[in-house]
Design a protein around this ligand. Structure first.
Ligand code: DGY
Length: 348
């Protein structure tokens, strides 16, 4: 699919993205935009090399693509100056290789913060109240009347939410769980989440002033402290060498038997084989997973676990957010690769 065929700058998008704002932005700035229409979901390095061709000023790509040495050298040979990942996470991008070939890299933070936090909150609630299990039960025609024991889950109020990685998304999630469900907070991060701490303090004072039990917060001195103390734990670190298999067999064993673990960050943060074993051995332990170690696959056994809720990497999938991500991705390419054009038209 080609927009503005006579445009001066050639920009390639490896996927069609939601909305039209991003397309208009590129076209207005004299870009010839080519959107790949290949049916297959995940493009290979070879597919992308052929999309780049001999002349390409910038590429908008996806988190499913392997942007390493091979692609950055191909992009640089084609005169490319920018690569924009339509995602906040960029573990699929070798930034050193991009630097080596003089290609600027962009990502799309901010616009997906609340949407992603909302999915983490949804998974937490769904796991606590066993919503997916109960839905399956109804559809299977198994409901034959109210029972005191039927799908008894956990009350979040007064329990402790644990956040590992209190950056933008982790902090937004923590706020939702504290304010929405009056949970206490324990978090672990290398940096102090000062604004989050101030918020929980003020909210605790507000509850107290209204005669309610105040919420509390604690910055843990180790991740293990969060794992041991929290009832619901949500993972929000970036994926790199230090966070690969962060949640392994030993760390799973530290968690409460009835804890809930949520992951909307990256799949390899959890050792998925160890997780399946843990779920089998601890039926009251529940997980809500948006991401998987070898996407699009799940490790054997995971799909059979009733105590697991699994969704296909949809944390940022709200219309507003996906259109915002597409717009930011286009802006990144414009700012990084087509500066002279930008200065001329002064859209900055
Ligand atoms: C991201 O942006 O990194 C998410 O995983 C997809 O929105």
């Amino acid at each position: 699919e080609v927009y503005n065929p006579n445009g001066k700058y050639r920009v390639v998008s490896t996927k069609s993205m939601p909305g039209t704002r991003w397309i208009n932005l590129l076209v207005e700035q004299d870009c010839r935009l080519e959107i790949c229409t290949q049916k297959k979901t995940i493009l290979s390095v070879e597919d992308i090399i052929s999309l780049i061709g001999n002349k390409c000023d910038g590429v908008i790509g996806q988190l499913t693509e392997d942007w390493g040495e091979t692609l950055f050298s191909a992009l640089s040979r084609a005169g490319g100056k920018a690569f924009s990942n339509m995602a906040v996470g960029y573990n699929n991008v070798d930034v050193n290789a991009a630097n080596k070939y003089g290609v600027a890299v962009g990502n799309t933070p901010g616009v997906l913060t609340e949407t992603t936090a909302e999915l983490a909150a949804s998974l937490s609630l769904s796991a606590a109240r066993r919503i997916v299990e109960a839905d399956n039960f109804m559809r299977a025609g198994l409901y034959d009347g109210w029972l005191p024991h039927l799908f008894v889950g956990n009350l979040l109020k007064g329990q402790t939410v644990g956040v590992i990685g209190a950056g933008r998304i982790g902090s937004a999630y923590a706020r939702m769980m504290v304010e929405g469900f009056k949970m206490n907070l324990i978090y672990y991060d290398l940096y102090q989440a000062t604004r989050l701490e101030k918020f929980v303090t003020a909210y605790g004072q507000f509850l107290k002033a209204n005669g309610e039990q105040p919420v509390t917060w604690k910055r843990a001195s180790s991740m293990e402290e969060v794992l041991r103390e929290a009832d619901v734990i949500s993972l929000h670190p970036i994926l790199d060498k230090t966070t690969y298999h962060l949640i392994n067999k030993e760390r799973l064993a530290m968690m409460k038997k009835e804890a809930i673990l949520v992951n909307c960050s990256r799949g390899p943060v959890i050792h998925e084989v160890a997780l399946v074993e843990h779920l089998k051995a601890n039926p009251m332990f529940r997980v809500g997973l948006d991401v998987f170690e070898d996407e699009p696959y799940m490790k054997p056994g995971l799909a059979d676990m009733k105590n697991a809720i699994v969704v296909p990497h949809i944390a940022s999938a709200s219309k507003w957010t996906r259109e915002g991500m597409a717009t930011l991705a286009a802006l990144n390419v414009l700012v990084c690769s087509i500066e002279e054009n930008l200065m001329h038209n002064s859209i900055c």
